[in-house]
Design a protein around this ligand. Structure first.
Ligand code: CMC
Length: 437
């Protein structure tokens, strides 16, 4: 092991059945719990470990992102998310994640130009869209068109070539925003808007979504700033389900476009990126403040599958720091857009207040997560709920491709291959068709 990894002695495992003991190496990183290295466990003990939802398994070493769920801390490459959202742009954070340090002025200008000039997509991709139904969920279209990119950019598919890996990373960060906007335009039946190189990343994305060829589009700076913040807040989040999916797909040496498509599929689910859409649907279903107690009771009822969307997190057992930043941003955007009496925001604020005081939520450390507020802002900007997860994907592409790049550059890269505890039938004799019940 290298980098900031330190050796911390051994962890002794004793098999009570046989009395045998095994010493497993223990390593520490920069922050966070130490890890027990179990890579030789099977060879030495003929046992696997059992951790179905990876609640206690570090699947890789990473230098990108650190989360302290107990304290509610999120840092990228050592910088807190509060500092980054306050003082850096989304593309500076993208550079930080991809290259390891914040860019100086020259590198910042280079990276912004590099991403801007990759936002156009191959013209043939336009025809891809017409194969989809107009009422398709935008994430269904995204799964298809992002995976389809590998059919268009053959010159950057060699994962063993550092230059090609870099071009693919830039292409993905740039083109996912264009394809997300095209997806939106397709579902509402409006013409695609070609990217504009004179706008920054967030402004250009808003322009491609909300501009029309018939008239000039004026960027609202408050909305553009909030969009930049939302993108920054969602850029990376350590080894979550979609990032782990990207890493696992990439470990087989699949090309980066295919890997990111896998990440998009994983993000779609309501327990992950789909939660921001689910929050708004839930607030609409609640409908008025006086119905909140009824929904709180339903969330606590173990016989009812209903969960309070936008609450709880696998890692955060404290306020999600991203939610704190967005709560303020929600107020700024709604005030600027003149949405002062949004009933959904009123329900959200009341719901947050009640849930934070309720014994059930307090005991289980269920706090509002990032999705609780992002949906309210995106709705005020004019995005339909079905686009919320797509926006998450635009931002997270930065994290996915940075994590993929880090993994590919790891000399000890091997294909990911979890094991299992088999609980199916024991070996049995084949039954001929005529003898089956
Ligand atoms: N509403 C009601 N009860 C909940 C909720 C909730 N939102 N979340 C967790 N619980 C309960 C759960 O039933 C369990 O109770 P008990 O101990 O009595 O059985 C306890 O809290 C612990 O929950 P868990 O199921 O062990 O938590 P998990 O780590 O498996 O799940 C989660 C995390 C995010 C999937 C879950 O909290 C959830 O479904 N939240 C709502 C969906 C959501 O907002 N997801 C967005 C996550 S943030 C964006 C991202 O990073 O993708």
């Amino acid at each position: 092991m290298s980098d900031n990894t330190t050796e911390k002695g051994t962890f002794t495992l004793t098999n009570n059945a046989t009395g045998e003991s095994f010493d497993l190496p223990v390593y520490g990183g920069t922050h966070g719990p130490d890890v027990i290295d179990i890579r030789k466990l099977y060879a030495e003990t003929k046992h696997f470990t059992f951790d179905p939802s990876f609640t206690a398994t570090a699947s890789c070493k990473s230098r990108l992102t650190f989360i302290d769920g107990e304290q509610g801390i999120l840092m990228h490459r050592g910088y807190t998310i509060e500092d980054l959202t306050d003082k850096a742009s989304f593309l500076e954070v993208a550079y930080l994640l991809l290259y390891g340090d914040l860019p100086n002025e020259e590198r910042k200008a280079w990276f912004e130009k590099e991403i801007t000039y990759h936002t156009m997509v191959h013209e043939q991709i336009n025809y891809f869209f017409s194969g989809f139904r107009r009422d398709a969920h935008p994430m269904a279209i995204m799964c298809g068109v992002i995976g389809g990119l590998s059919a268009f950019y053959h010159d950057s598919l060699d994962i063993n070539c550092p230059e090609q890996r870099e071009i693919s990373a830039h292409r993905l960060i740039a083109k996912v925003s264009t394809l997300a906007a095209m997806t939106y335009k397709y579902t509402i039946g409006q013409p695609f808007m070609y990217p504009r190189n004179d706008l920054n990343f967030a402004e250009n994305f808003l322009y491609m979504c909300f501009g029309v060829p018939a008239e000039p589009y004026v960027v609202n700076p408050v909305v553009a700033k909030a969009m930049d913040k939302i993108l920054t807040l969602h850029a990376d989040h350590e080894q979550n389900a979609s990032t782990s999916t990207v890493r696992l797909a990439g470990s087989s040496q699949a090309n980066p476009f295919a890997c990111i498509a896998a990440g998009i599929a994983s993000l779609w689910g309501a327990s992950h990126g789909g939660a921001n859409q689910a929050v708004l649907e839930m607030l609409a279903e609640i409908g008025s403040k006086d119905r909140i107690p009824e929904f709180i009771e339903r969330a606590k009822d173990k016989d009812d599958p209903f969960r309070l969307m936008g609450f709880g997190h696998r890692v955060y057992k404290n306020m999600d720091p991203r939610a704190g930043v967005l709560k303020q941003s929600a107020h700024d955007v709604l005030e600027d857009l003149g949405v002062t009496d949004d009933p959904l925001l009123e329900i959200a604020i009341e719901l947050e207040k009640i849930a934070l005081e309720d014994e059930y939520f307090v005991q289980r450390k269920l706090f509002p997560n990032v999705d609780f507020y992002s949906g309210i802002i995106l709705k005020a900007m004019g995005f339909p709920t079905s686009m919320f997860t797509v926006l998450f994907a635009v931002a997270r592409t930065v994290g996915w491709i940075s994590q993929w790049k880090e993994m590919i550059e790891e000399p000890a890269l091997r294909i990911g291959r979890p094991r299992q505890l088999y609980t199916g039938p024991a070996k049995r004799d084949f039954v001929d068709l005529k003898d089956r019940d």
